[in-house]
Design a protein around this ligand. Structure first.
Ligand code: NAD
Ligand code: TDX
Length: 332
């Protein structure tokens, strides 16, 4: 049994991770989260108070971070500014949280000799052509496209340097696009589901040919727990579940599941610098640590996610209008 400090535990993947830890291990968790627009305490409802403690705070607050790290066995760092579209509008919070916030955590775990796992994204590798048989591997060169992905790439490089220079007890994972419950309505899948639930049409950027490699958030969580338990210090592991789909295919599937004509969507202004395709080769994680994804049927996972949004309007409704106003101002 261990106590984990989970940063960003009130966000989408962090909250799914906390639920997964409580359901599948005997660890206890301290969540450190600033509760930005993307954090939601309702995502942690129903968890046992004797095993989950919540601290509202900023990962750039060095004294707070030092105090929490000094009392924990391991840190799992999810907290980030996470949305590409926001990073095109105002990159500054991405630099503060993703770079300076990670630096603050690294210095604290260095002082206390604490095990650290760094959560990152496949976007650090840039993008692939649609007809390219290649997928990203741990040795693909970094080539990020957006302010968001460049700050994530910078934070990964800080971790690598702290491992080499200071012997930090750290691992890194780079995961593909997650879906599941508790994802903010600014993101692609929840935006389209909640649009249809509200009688509005889904919005596809550009022609909708862009491909994302989808993984259920629970599979991301099980992979992170596997790396925490068995990962080799200093190593990077790619996490993916062979879920490549074009955005157009995903929108058509959402419409069909919700009983609408498959072409009942709008094409809107494309994202600046829009990455074409992401694809993950996760064979290192599977081969070396024995991890496999459980949610292999994307349509079944999507149906369950749609059911969750249909049953939890109180969770997402407060953010929906402001999110759509933000997009409308950009012609999206
Ligand atoms: P999210 O935006 O849903 O959640 C981020 C959380 O971090 C929020 O609860 C927010 O309040 C908190 N936070 C932000 N700034 C903070 C700060 N300065 N101090 C403390 N807390 C702060 O993000 P997500 O989609 O759950 O992503 C979590 C992590 O996973 C990120 O590191 C992201 O880069 C990575 N990731 C995400 C995906 C994906 O598909 N969403 C894929 C791969 C990797
Ligand atoms: O309304 C939309 N219409 C649309 O076509 C939105 C919001 C998005 N899109 C497209 C853009 C992307 O090709 O859908 C795809 C997915 O978009 P996002 O949900 O914004 O995700 P993405 O930019 O791929 O990044 C996500 O995966 C990697 C997460 O937000 C990142 O945090 C993670 O690192």
């Amino acid at each position: 049994m261990a106590e984990l400090l989970v940063t960003g535990g009130a966000g989408f993947i962090g909250s799914n991770f906390v639920h997964h830890v409580i359901d599948t291990t005997d660890h206890s968790v301290v969540v450190l989260d600033k509760l930005t627009y993307a954090g939601n305490l309702a995502s942690l409802e129903g968890l046992p108070a004797e095993r989950v403690t919540f601290v509202q705070g900023d990962i750039t607050d060095a004294p707070l971070v030092d105090d929490l790290v000094s009392r924990t066995d391991a840190v799992v760092h999810f907290a980030a500014e996470s949305h590409n579209d926001n990073s095109l509008d105002d990159p500054r919070p991405f630099l503060d949280t993703n770079i300076v916030g990670t630096y603050t955590l690294l210095e604290a775990v260095r002082r206390h000799g604490t095990r650290y796992h760094h959560i990152s994204t496949d976007e650090v590798y840039g993008d692939l052509e649609l007809d390219d048989p290649a997928r990203f591997t741990e040795s693909t060169p970094y080539n990020p496209s957006s302010p968001y992905s460049s700050t994530k790439a910078g934070s990964d490089l800080l971790v690598r340097a702290w491992v080499r220079s200071f012997g930090l007890q750290a691992t890194i994972s780079n995961c593909s696009n997650n879906y599941g419950p508790y994802q903010h309505v600014e993101k692609f899948i929840p935006r389209q589901i909640t649009n249809v639930l509200r009688g509005q049409r889904p919005r596809l950027y550009g022609a909708g040919q862009n491909v994302r490699d989808w993984i259920h958030a629970n599979d991301h969580s099980s992979a992170v727990l596997t790396i925490l338990a068995k990962g080799r210090i200093g190593e990077t592991y790619l996490i993916g579940a062979d879920g490549e789909k074009s955005n157009k295919d995903v929108v058509e599937l959402i419409l069909t599941i919700l009983g609408k004509p498959a072409d009942d969507y709008e094409h809107v202004t494309d994202r600046a610098g829009h990455d074409l395709r992401y694809a993950i080769d996760s064979s290192k994680l599977r081969r070396e640590l024995g991890w496999t994804p459980k949610y292999r049927d994307f349509e079944a996972g999507l149906r369950a996610t749609i059911d969750w949004y249909a049953s939890n309007e109180a969770w997402w409704a407060p953010s929906k209008d402001a999110t759509e106003a933000f997009y409308a101002a950009k012609g999206q």
